[in-house]
Each structure stands twice: as C-alpha cells, then as structure tokens.
Design a binder for this molecule. Structure first.
Ligand code: ATP
Length: 304
C-alpha cells in the first residue's frame, strides 16, 4: 500500500577543511575536503500526485525554483528512471537552510528527497545505488546522505567517514545575499592565474583537522580550520572580512567561510557560548540569519 505521506530531513554542512586543486578536464576542480554535518535541517514531505509538483516554504523560499531546476525535481526524475517507476509525487520542501549560502541546502533537499521518495514509491534501491544517484545530482549530495563527518575527494563525492566522537558547537551567520558557487571558483582561478594566490600544485593536507576532530579540544580544531575558497569569497564580498572579525572579536575560537560562502561558521567552546555569540552577533547588524548549531549529526533520514 502506498503511504499517505513520507517525511525526511537532511542537514546542512560546513567544510572544516577545503583544499582546491587543479581544474579537471570535466570542468570540476579536484578537491580534498572534510565535511561536517550540523543541526540545521531542511524537511522534505512527499505525498501522492500525478506527475511532479514541487513547492518550497521557509527561509529563502522566494529564490528557490520550484520547477525542473530544483535539485529535488531532478532527484525525483533520476530515482524514478533508475527504478522504472512513474515520477508521480507532490513534494514540499520546508527550508531552514539558507539558499546559496555554502551550506549545501539544495544538496540536503535532494538527499532527503531520495530517501523519502524511495520509501514512498517502495523502490528500495539500496544504499549503494542511492549513493550513485546522489553523486549524479551534485558533488555534495552523497555527503548529505551520509552525514556525520567525512573526507571528500574527487570533486567531493568520494567519501570516507572520519572519526569525530566529540560534539562541536558553532554559530552560522549569513552575511548578505547568496553567492554563486561557480563564481567563487572562477575568482579562485583568476587570483591564481594572476599570481595573487599560490598555485594549485598540491592539495593541502587534511591530517591536522582530522587529528583535531578525533581527539583535540575545541582550540585545536580552531587552529586546523582551512578553506581555499575563503580568499576568493572575500574578494567578491569584502564585508565577509568584517563578518569574520566580528565573530572572533565577540569570542569565537575561530571563524571561517563555509564552502563557497557567504555563511561564516564560528567555532565556540560549548552550547552556552554558541547561544551567547549568536545573540551578540545579532546586535552587530552584519548577519541576515544567525543560528547556534552543533554536530556532527546524521545524514538524510526518514522522520516519524
Ligand atoms: P554548496 O555549498 O553545495 O555549493 P550552496 O549551499 O551554496 O551549495 P544551495 O543552497 O544548494 O547552495 O543552492 C544553490 C543554487 O541552487 C540556488 O541558487 C538555487 O537556485 C539552486 N537550487 C536548486 N534546488 C534548490 C533547493 N532545493 N534549495 C536551494 N537551492 C536550490
């Protein structure tokens, strides 16, 4: 029997390490990244329908497409084709993750949709196939399925889990409107070609951050955070520099741009520090959204 409704949710991520290597022939950059899933979730609800219908509510709903450009739409078509079923469903996306923020919100929605639709259609494609479909949808989608903490290589889609037994606390602050991921990579290429940033001869090692995640105190993790996309994001959005300084001035152990930005992820000692920092940054007037979060948390899961 077809269930009346299936609900799944998936988390946002921050990249605690993001090293960008050379541009590959397929147009993607070679990456070495450490993804970290945090407690900010989008929720996807699937119900009966004829054909596909996608609606979006919540944060940034106005800027997220509801047609075939939505990653959830593409996830539905891909899963239906793979499993040989009709793509009949009504899909509601409730967004808590800001769009184009460097938090992989669209990828979270696609991962949650794969999990929800697989249950709703009874397609039971299995984990390995879901991972393959996820990788076809986007570089970050496999991690949105997996969650926790993972080392990503290739264009980020080849994952190996990283041991991270300690809960870490962050404040996520989004400064200004969304930034386009391709634009930030383009700026990185431009700065490298102009000799204003070191070349891409080697991918920075993730070992220090992996060691700090395994057993270090928050201060050790703070010292190991790194993101090659931070300088180009700052070049495109200079006020991000002010946002990073505001976070450290207000007591964050460290702050970095998450992924391609413009979200600033500020690492703090504990939960009460996170709540205090979020409240203090709200008074600074730079951030359009501020959230105290923790992680690691699991990837896309059915709810209820
Ligand atoms: P990443 O960190 O993976 O580079 P991001 O967090 O910066 O991604 P997303 O929120 O995933 O960015 O959105 C990037 C663009 O993708 C948006 O500008 C939007 O037009 C498009 N998009 C397609 N589907 C979705 C979706 N379900 N939610 C948000 N954006 C979507």
């Amino acid at each position: 029997m077809t269930p009346a409704e299936v609900v799944a949710r998936a988390p946002a991520k921050v990249n605690v390490h993001l090293a960008v290597g050379p541009l590959r022939a397929d147009g993607f950059h070679e990456l070495r990244t450490v993804y970290f899933a945090v407690s900010l979730f989008d929720t996807v609800t699937v119900g009966p329908g004829e054909g596909l219908a996608v609606s979006v509510t919540g944060v940034d709903a106005g800027v997220v497409p509801t047609d075939r450009r939505n990653l959830v739409w593409r996830a539905a078509v891909l899963l239906a084709e793979h499993a040989g079923v009709r793509h009949d469903a009504t899909i509601g996306i409730a967004k808590a993750i800001p769009a184009a923020a460097g938090l992989a919100g669209g990828s979270a929605d696609a991962a949650a949709a794969l999990v929800a639709l697989d249950a709703f259609w009874g397609t039971r494609v299995g984990r390995a196939d879901l991972d393959l479909l996820a990788a076809q949808l986007g570089s970050d989608v496999p991690f949105s399925l997996l969650g926790g903490v993972a080392l990503g290589s290739g264009r980020g889609e080849q994952l190996s889990p990283v041991l991270a037994p300690t809960r870490r606390h962050w404040v996520l602050g989004m400064a200004g409107e969304g930034l386009s991921t391709p634009a930030v990579y383009g700026e990185l290429d431009r700065l490298r070609a102009a000799g204003r940033l070191p070349g891409d001869s080697g991918l920075g090692s993730a070992d220090p951050v992996i060691a700090a995640l395994r057993s270090g105190p928050p201060a050790a993790l703070a010292g190991a955070l790194a993101n090659d996309l931070q300088t180009p994001a700052l070049a495109l959005r200079p006020e991000l520099g002010r946002a990073l300084r505001a976070a450290t001035d207000a007591g964050a152990l460290a702050a970095l741009v998450s992924g391609s930005g413009p979200t600033v992820a500020a690492l703090v000692e504990d939960e009460s520090s996170a709540i205090r920092l979020a409240a203090e940054l709200a008074g600074v007037g730079i951030f359009r959204t501020l959230r105290a979060v923790h992680g690691p948390v699991p990837g896309a899961r059915l709810v209820g």
